[in-house]
Ligand binder design. Structure first.
Ligand code: NI
Length: 169
């Protein structure tokens, strides 16, 4: 089921989400949340989604990457689900890029983030897993993990010039 994406201003977007217990992962509430998030992200055309964005304050994110008309150079990384994802290591090298968010489509924010990260997480079956990502995909992962801590790109903007309004003024 495609869910409504929670929009800027809702307190759940500013709340730290709780960890998921391995035993929850086999249960129907979790399975249907994960299913709904895949459907919601697919219908939005986005590359990442965090559970609080569909109203559930738990540490589940989806993240991937694919080229778009505006960003034809993005790599192809299948969307996958990561439970209790955390940044285990981040490179000292950083880069700056503009990021959008499905919870406030009218804005984009320019952020400096580590270029490469290692992320530890559980997969949907509860198996411990680890991945390393660079560039755009690393940025998507960091953006979604931020959501789990109630942090939005708008909070991280270094100056007002790093926030751009896209929609009608
Ligand atoms: Ni977002």
């Amino acid at each position: 089921m495609v869910r409504t994406i929670v929009q800027l201003g809702s307190p759940i977007l500013k709340t730290r989400c709780r960890e998921l217990d391995r035993t929850e992962l086999a249960g129907e509430p979790f399975r249907s949340l994960a299913r709904d998030m895949f459907e919601t992200l697919a219908s939005s055309g986005g590359v990442g989604l965090a559970a609080p964005q569909v109203g559930e304050s738990v540490r589940l994110i989806l993240a991937g990457s694919f080229p778009s008309a505006r960003a034809p150079d993005r790599p192809e990384v299948p969307i996958r689900a990561l439970v209790n994802a955390r940044i285990a290591w981040a490179s000292p090298e950083t880069d700056a890029a503009w990021e959008g968010c499905l919870s406030f489509l009218d804005y984009r924010v320019q952020l400096v983030r580590p270029t490469t990260v290692r992320v530890e997480f559980l997969d949907l079956e509860g198996k411990q897993a680890c991945l390393e990502a660079s560039g755009f995909y690393a940025r998507v992962l960091q953006h979604e993990i931020d959501h789990l801590d109630g942090i939005l790109t708008l909070d991280r903007a270094a100056s007002p010039g790093d926030i751009e309004r896209l929609g009608p003024a």
